[in-house]
Design a protein around this ligand. Structure first.
Ligand SMILES: Cc1cc2nc3c(=O)[nH]c(=O)nc-3n(C[C@H](O)[C@H](O)[C@H](O)COP(=O)(O)OP(=O)(O)OC[C@H]3O[C@@H](n4cnc5c(N)ncnc54)[C@H](O)[C@@H]3O)c2cc1C
Length: 82
């Protein structure tokens, strides 16, 4: 038997973000994902060396300040699109 602080169901963005926050607090967790990969609706499969974007691409800094902050914190690339 092991005591775990938190059980996270689902390894999409929400679940992975929850896991990241918990790990920063040194809290134990188990993340259960039904599929054979994490990411949920986020998908970027490769085919013949090309990446195909099949999931979220856009965020709106004025309306999504938390996503904007997360993108910055993770050091992800983002650029304005007109
Ligand atoms: C084509 C496409 C384009 C998109 N474009 C944008 C965009 O430009 N901007 C934007 O902000 N959003 C966009 N979205 C929406 C965005 O992708 C989702 O809002 C976000 O990824 C949802 O994350 P989530 O973790 O809440 O849910 P999900 O990604 O759905 O993750 C849920 C996870 O839980 C798992 N699960 C479910 N039930 C169980 C269970 N009982 N046990 C274990 N695991 C379980 C699932 O397998 C899944 O992996 C787009 C989505 C799609 C499909």
């Amino acid at each position: 038997m092991t005591d775990i602080d938190t059980l996270i169901v689902g390894g999409g963005l929400s679940g992975v973000y929850a896991a990241w926050l918990l790990s920063r607090e040194n809290k134990s967790f188990i993340l259960l994902e039904a599929r054979d990969r994490i990411g949920g609706r986020i998908q970027c499969p490769k085919h013949d060396n090309f990446s195909t974007d099949l999931g979220p691409s856009w965020f709106w800094p004025a309306f999504n300040p938390r996503i904007s902050r997360l993108v910055k914190e993770m050091g992800l690339d983002a650029y304005p699109q007109y």
